[in-house]
Design a protein around this ligand. Structure first.
Ligand code: C2E
Ligand code: MG
Ligand code: MG
Ligand code: MG
Length: 284
């Protein structure tokens, strides 16, 4: 009967929700444990290259998690869990500290770019986390760059901007990430003196086929030039992408063509252990 069918659907729905909820609760517990022992969490670094000089001006720190049972889990999956569970504060503080420590040992003096979650903004705690990381590492503030997305400013914009102002007053640079996606607004560029605009990779990748996307890349590059702001094209995967974003006037480029995110040297042996499905021991 229809009633029985309805009951079955309802039960199926509940079971699915339960399974997802359980999975989420378990992931959160595992993430909490990983954070407590600093086990399975790594920072990878991807170069950002100046178009004119070809020098690496910065490296973006990108977090990686190796889950004991599931293997590598994308930040797109676990960052939201960290945000909703409140773990993002400790996670964010760890990323800042580790990134600044790593950058302090880079011989080329490149800056390090650190992503900051919306949940880390507007709470009044960002400045002290940044200060801690700079103090512990001895890194000069002008070698740190904080990346925020526009969505980070959508909640309590005043409080968010106040946090950004505090770190910029220390000499830390601030970049607007994924520009053009989500709720883009020129008002953000008026409200805060960003040092850098990062044009989302989706525009860059479409621009070769679509003149409208190329036009958007070009207009943002022009905007950056007139504002005196560096513009980075993200997601540059091919020579055609590179040629296009250079022609459109972007000042810096980032993407697989120029370098994939890679583990820091110190983590290499551990990563190799983790990824080898059947660790083989050298005989003789
Ligand atoms: P994002 O900040 O926009 O980082 C760029 C993403 O694009 C990275 O994905 C990077 O691996 C990827 N990417 C770089 N070059 C290319 C390319 O040529 N083609 C394509 N298809 N992709 C490219 P990833 O590492 O998976 O990170 C995803 C997002 O997770 C980041 O986007 C950032 O929003 C967030 N995230 C990563 N690490 C952290 C972190 O430490 N803290 C916080 N709060 N968020 C983080
Ligand atoms: Mg970023
Ligand atoms: Mg981005
Ligand atoms: Mg992104």
């Amino acid at each position: 009967s229809a009633k029985a069918a309805g009951k079955r659907t309802f039960r199926l729905f509940c079971t699915e929700m339960e399974v997802r909820l359980h999975e989420r609760v378990r992931l959160e517990a595992k993430l909490r444990a990983a954070l407590a022992d600093m086990d399975g969490l790594f920072l990878y670094y991807q170069p950002i290259t100046d178009v004119r000089t070809r020098a690496v001006t910065a490296r973006e720190a990108l977090i990686r998690w190796h889950h004991p049972g599931r293997g590598w889990i994308s930040p797109a999956e676990f960052i939201p869990i960290a945000e909703e569970s409140g773990l993002i504060r400790d996670l964010g503080a760890w990323v800042l500290r580790r990134a600044c420590e790593d950058a302090a040992s880079w011989e080329d003096g490149a800056r390090v770019a650190v992503n900051v979650s919306p949940r880390q903004l507007g709470t009044g705690t960002l400045a002290s986390a940044v200060l801690d990381a700079l103090f512990a590492s001895g890194l000069s503030p002008d070698r740190l760059e904080i990346e925020v997305t526009e969505s980070a400013l959508l909640g309590d914009e005043k409080a968010g901007l106040a946090d950004l102002r505090r770190i910029r007053d220390m000499g830390v640079r601030v970049a607007l990430d994924d520009f053009g996606t989500g709720f883009s607004s020129l008002a953000h560029l008026r409200a805060f003196p960003f040092d850098k605009i990062k044009i989302d990779g989706s525009f860059v990748r479409d621009a070769v086929q679509r003149p409208d996307c190329a036009a958007i890349v070009g207009v943002v590059a022009d905007l950056g030039r007139r504002l005196g702001v560096t513009t980075v094209a993200e997601g540059v995967e091919t020579q055609a992408h590179l040629d296009l974003v250079i022609a459109e006037g972007c000042s810096e480029v980032q993407g697989y063509l120029l370098g994939r995110p890679a583990p820091r040297a110190a983590d290499l042996p551990r990563i190799a252990d983790l990824t080898a499905p059947f660790p083989t021991r050298k005989t003789a």
